[in-house]
Design a protein around this ligand. Sequence first.
Ligand SMILES: Nc1ncnc2c1ncn2[C@@H]1O[C@H](COP(=O)(O)OP(=O)(O)OP(=O)(O)O)[C@@H](O)[C@H]1O
Length: 305
Amino acid sequence: MIKKTDLLAIGHTALDSIVLVKEFPSPNSSTLIKQIKNFDGGAAANVAVVASTLGLKSALVSAVGDEFKASNYHNKLKTMGVDTDDMIVIENEKTPMAWVFTDSNNDQISYFYWGAAAYFKESEPPERAIKKATAVHLATGDPCFNRRSGEVASEFQKLISFDPGQDLHMYSPEKLKSVIKVCNILFGNHYEIDRILKTLNMDINELRSIGPEIIVKTYGKDGSVIYADKKIKIDSILRTPVDPTGAGDSYRAAFLNAYLNDKDLEYCGKFASAVSSFIVEAEGCQTNVPDYNMTIERMKEKWDE
Ligand SMILES: Nc1ncnc2c1ncn2[C@@H]1O[C@H](COP(=O)(O)OP(=O)(O)OP(=O)(O)O)[C@@H](O)[C@H]1O
C-alpha cells in the first residue's frame, strides 16, 4: 500500500558549520577561530523537520552524498518519521555544506559547497514522492529541478508553495516566473519579495494574478504580512535572537501545517509566528523546535486564543 504524505519538501539538505572569529582575515593572512559548531541544516530539510515535529507526515527530496545514508543526520530524520525514500544519492560526492563565519561585529561571510546538489540539474523530478503528497514545498535548491518538480506537482494538482530564498539570484526572470505561475503560496522575506517584484516588474497584485493566490512576506522581528484577498499583518512574538537563521524555514513549515489543517490565513500566520519565535531562541535551524502543544501555548500567551 502507498503511504501518503502531507508535505513533501524539495531542495537542500546541508551540513552547517557556524564559525566564530574575532575578525575576518584579509587575503594572504590568517585569523584564529574562537568556536566551531556543526548543525543539521538545508532549507528543505529544515521545513521537513519542523513540519514533522508539529505533526505532519513529511517527506524530503534532496541531492546528498553517498555518506549521508549512514549519517546521524539521516538516522535522526528517519527516527522523526521523515520519509527519505526518494532522496537523490550521488556516488563519490558529498552532501552540501555551508560555512558561516561570524566576526565580533556580528558581520557574516558564508561559503556554500553544492557537492551532490550540483546533480539536481540532471535528476528527474521525484514523481513518485510528488504523487504521494498532498502539498509540495519548493525550497532553496536548483532552479531547473524546482521548475520541473513544480510542473509535475501542478500536473497532479498538488498544493504548491515556493520559497526561492537566498538562491533567488540563480533564477532567470523566465525561470522565476514559470515556478511562480504554478505555485499557490509564495514565501519570501521582504528583501526577496521586493527583488522578485523588481525582477518581474510587477506589483504584488499583478504577481498574485499570475499564480500564487497567497503571498507571505516576512519582516524578521517585525513580523509578517499575508497578501491574499485581504492583507493581514501578523506580529512576531518577539524574542531576543540567539541565532535568527532558520526562522524563515520554520515559519513556512508551520504556516503550511496550519493551512493543511484548514485554518484561516490569520491563524496560519499566528501559528507560524509562534513556531519561528522558538527557533530564534537557540543556535541552529533544527534545534528548539516546538511541538504542536508548545506552539498553541505560546500563541495563547500572545493572542489569548
Ligand atoms: N527576533 C525574533 N523574535 C521572534 N520572532 C522572530 C524574530 N525574528 C524572526 N522572527 C519570526 O520569523 C519569521 C521569519 O523571519 P525572517 O523574516 O527573518 O525570515 P528569513 O529572512 O527567511 O529567515 P532566515 O533566512 O534567517 O531563516 C518572522 O516573520 C517572525 O515571525
